[in-house]
Design a protein around this ligand. Sequence first.
Ligand code: NAG
Ligand code: NAG
Ligand code: NAG
Ligand code: NAG
Ligand code: NAG
Length: 590
Amino acid sequence: MGVSDVVTVLLLLVLINLSNHNIKGIDAFHRIYEKLQSQSVESVNHLHRTGFHFQPPKHWINDPNGPVYYKGFYHLFYQYNPQGAVWGNIVWAHSVSKDLVNWEALEPAIYPSKWFDIGGTWSGSITIVPGKGPVILYTSLNQNKTQMQSYAIPQDPSDPYLRKWIKPDDNPIAVPDWTMNGSEFRDPTTAWFSKDGHWRTLVGSVRKHRGIAYIYRSRDFKHWVKAKHPVHSKERTGMWECPDFFPVSLTDFNNGLDLDYVGPNTKHVLKVSLDLTRYEYYTLGKYDSKKDRYVPDGDSPDGWDGLRFDYGNFYASKTFFDYKKNRRILWGWANESDTVDDDRLKGWAGLQVIPRTVLLDSSKKQLVFWPIEEIESLRSNYVRMNNHDIKMGQRLEVKGITPAKADVEVTFYVGSLEKAETFDPSFTFKPFDLCKLKGSNVTGGVGPFGLITLATPDLEEYTPVFFRVFKDTSTHKPKVLMCSDARPSTLKQDQGPSPKEKMYKPSFAGFVDVDLSDGRISLRSLIDHSVVENFGALGKTVITSRVYPVKAVKENAHLYVFNNGTQTVNVESLNAWSMDSPSQMNDGGL
Ligand SMILES: *[C@@H]1O[C@H](CO)[C@@H](O)[C@H](O)[C@H]1NC(C)=O
Ligand SMILES: *[C@@H]1O[C@H](CO)[C@@H](O)[C@H](O)[C@H]1NC(C)=O
Ligand SMILES: *[C@@H]1O[C@H](CO)[C@@H](O)[C@H](O)[C@H]1NC(C)=O
Ligand SMILES: *[C@@H]1O[C@H](CO)[C@@H](O)[C@H](O)[C@H]1NC(C)=O
Ligand SMILES: *[C@@H]1O[C@H](CO)[C@@H](O)[C@H](O)[C@H]1NC(C)=O
């Protein structure tokens, strides 16, 4: 071969390589509909749009990015497709709010424009760096779709809106080294500053099926060096997306902590989003800042069976410390369970859940979550119910509010647990399967009891949210199952372009770690047209469901409390409110 032949062969190899990249698609983590990515939406269908959740006027959204409180404004950035209702063309869309309820949309903060991010501007975080202001760390993809970490700074840090962002030319700040796969290196966390003069951030990855959170260190927030060991990793968990790492106080159960807090009475939380299952889990544990290692507590399952922020439709979550109110706040993405055809017809896909405060539970074994107090400003019509017995097979309607857009808090008094069914230990890590087996229409002893949301009066369509109490003969403690069951949520007959049988209608469930010693258990549900967020036992177990009723919509939706257990249950108190829409109305009126 002559020199020119060698060059030709090399060029061919390069071309083959490039085209391979293009064909394979970028990632294992989103189904890619190339033809639909840039099909702009003509009209938006309001039927299932939410009334008080965060949604842009149209098109696809996914991960929340870089939440921060800065100069009087809460900022939310999020992965957004400005050109279509499926994933693609992702930019960092940007909105600001004074109260986390009413939002104002600004221009996208970052979008592909430089050699290091022309292939994508993916998820990341914001760190407020003294002397510099807020700095974005994000995953940038070059033309070859190699994932790298880059940074962006505000053009004018004194602008509380942070409207314009600059991506300096010394980017990227981290590229995959020879041990890493350039398609599995993403989602830098908010960085924290340590006494040793270093900033630290985590980046998610995987190696030989072992999920990994790498740790990077920097003195100047520009030059970053990977630490020798990952901060943590776990075999057979696959790619760790969107790691989140923060301290919680072991003595103050009412306030959150900022990332750089150092003190003896703390634990750390490491949350990861598992690309393989599309669920998240977290552990509580100890972070050794000298060795830069995190070790989960022995009783904190590290893997598929781990604790979850939310046992339902919830992913790519991210917390931030709100120093205005000394609290840690969680954002998370709830994707559609609808079909892609329906998403296109709706003209939109995805929403952010109502932000939640995150605290360590007084048991010190898990976290608790609660909707931010600001959301209560949307409460309007109010009804209540007190001391009402519900016998087996009974249901009571909650009237006087808008059931499709409501906030409901109920406390049940269950009394004796004598009639509770015996718990089968093979379901210990399978609440989902147990809920599927024992739905709301399967008679029990103590429970099922709870709420019937988004229902038609004949229960042709309904989304039940309920508890079922078992006796665990091995621990002699009650085992409490909580379900949010989407199976009966939608009529089975074909509706619209795609049969609803094919829809994803999971019986989401989790156990609630309560001993019921005072005989009480509470449930709060935020109901908003196509999303129901449920908080069991003051936020010990949280489950979000997406549902798409055909008949139980808007003013035709009904709300009930019910009991299908042989043991009579008392509704000790029920408080329910209609919810107003924030200034940026989403659902086009109820
Ligand atoms: C993209 O890949 C090709 C061949 O694989 C390589 O020659 C080129 O330098 C890469 N470009 C960048 C920006 O990494
Ligand atoms: C790198 O990761 C991508 C995406 O997960 C995967 O498809 C590819 O096979 C990996 N490459 C290697 C060499 O392992
Ligand atoms: C989104 O929805 C689909 C069902 O349509 C589901 O299978 C998938 O796992 C969901 N979650 C995420 C995080 O993508
Ligand atoms: C309660 O059980 C009865 C009998 O199985 C059933 O008809 C009814 O739909 C159940 N209620 C709920 C909320 O599932
Ligand atoms: C009970 O509810 C489940 C879930 O909706 C459903 O699949 C099943 O057919 C129902 N059973 C009866 C007897 O109504």
